[in-house]
Design a protein around this ligand. Structure first.
Ligand SMILES: N[C@@H](CCC[C@H](N)C(=O)O)C(=O)O
Length: 270
């Protein structure tokens, strides 16, 4: 079966988007998602995104990491599908998260919902203060944890560029403290209301940018009083603006782009 796809990205965090809003696709296995995402033998992407019809919202967005695992949220893909949809709308993810899209020229503002801070909503293995966790891995200590649809742990350090996240990220991602695994964020304050961020993504590794990581990191920094309510987050792929006030939803603004369109043979990956 010839299957059209759209290659998109948000700050270099790249996606293969399959649009099944009007034409249903056969069931997609984890192995198939990971084969499509493979940069050597597949099409190549950080996340595979599948758009499906929804009864309550404009559409449902399913998100598969490059390891094939299906996850609840992806900030950069949300801006990318906002651009694709082209008009203001609410959508849902397969994890039941509702997101509001406001596309703009070359990007979008997205309402990413309310962050969760309860230890069992992150989720963590046992109870602790998620604003300042009494745990550490080598030089990385005393993180915060935030769930923005998906789980994040955030370390604030002097110089985020100096941390070897490729070495320590996998260890933290798979630590038993995080029963659903975790996205690992390392951030530094580089100016007033300005953070620099590197992210080791659960199920995808180091990426050029992580939208939910930027949201979780900005929220954790606001909770700690490090920054005000409107934060610039600089990632390797570029900048996002994150706005949040206590008990409110997170707003994320940033670019997104379509790279190219193509077709593949479904049976080559099934
Ligand atoms: N790149 C994404 C996050 C994708 C999901 C994440 N790796 C997870 O497993 O939760 C973003 O832009 O938010």
């Amino acid at each position: 079966m010839r299957t059209p796809f759209i290659k998109m990205h948000g700050l270099g965090n790249d996606f293969v988007v399959l649009d099944a809003r009007e034409m249903p696709l056969p069931a997609l296995s984890a192995q198939m998602a990971s084969a499509i995402a493979d940069r050597h033998t597949g099409i190549g992407c950080d996340q595979l995104i599948v758009l499906e019809p929804s009864e309550a919202h404009a559409f449902t967005m399913r998100i598969y990491n490059s390891d094939g695992g299906e996850v609840e949220a992806c900030g950069n893909a949300t801006r990318a599908v906002a651009l694709l949809h082209g008009e203001a709308a609410t959508i849902e993810t397969a994890g039941g998260v509702v997101l509001a899209l406001e596309p703009s020229e070359g990007g979008a503002t997205v309402d990413m919902g309310k962050p969760r801070f309860e230890w069992d909503a992150i989720p963590l293995d046992y109870a602790m203060d998620t604003c300042a966790m009494p745990v550490g891995w080598g030089e990385l200590e005393n993180p915060a944890a935030v769930n923005v649809g998906n789980p994040h742990v955030i370390f604030f350090v002097e110089n985020a560029d100096a941390v070897d996240l490729a070495a320590i990220g996998p260890e933290i991602e798979h630590d038993a403290l995080f029963p659903a695994r975790v996205n690992v964020n390392v951030a530094s304050l580089v100016g007033p209301d300005h953070l620099k961020l590197h992210v080791w993504e659960r199920g995808a590794g180091l990426t050029r940018a992580c939208g939910t990581g930027a949201c979780a990191t900005a929220v954790a920094a606001i909770r700690r009083g490090l920054v005000g309510n409107r934060v610039t987050v600089t990632l390797p792929g570029g900048d996002l603006i994150i706005e949040w006030r206590e008990r409110e939803s997170i707003r994320m603004t940033g670019p997104a782009a379509e790279s190219f369109r193509g077709e593949f043979n479904w049976d080559d990956f099934a």
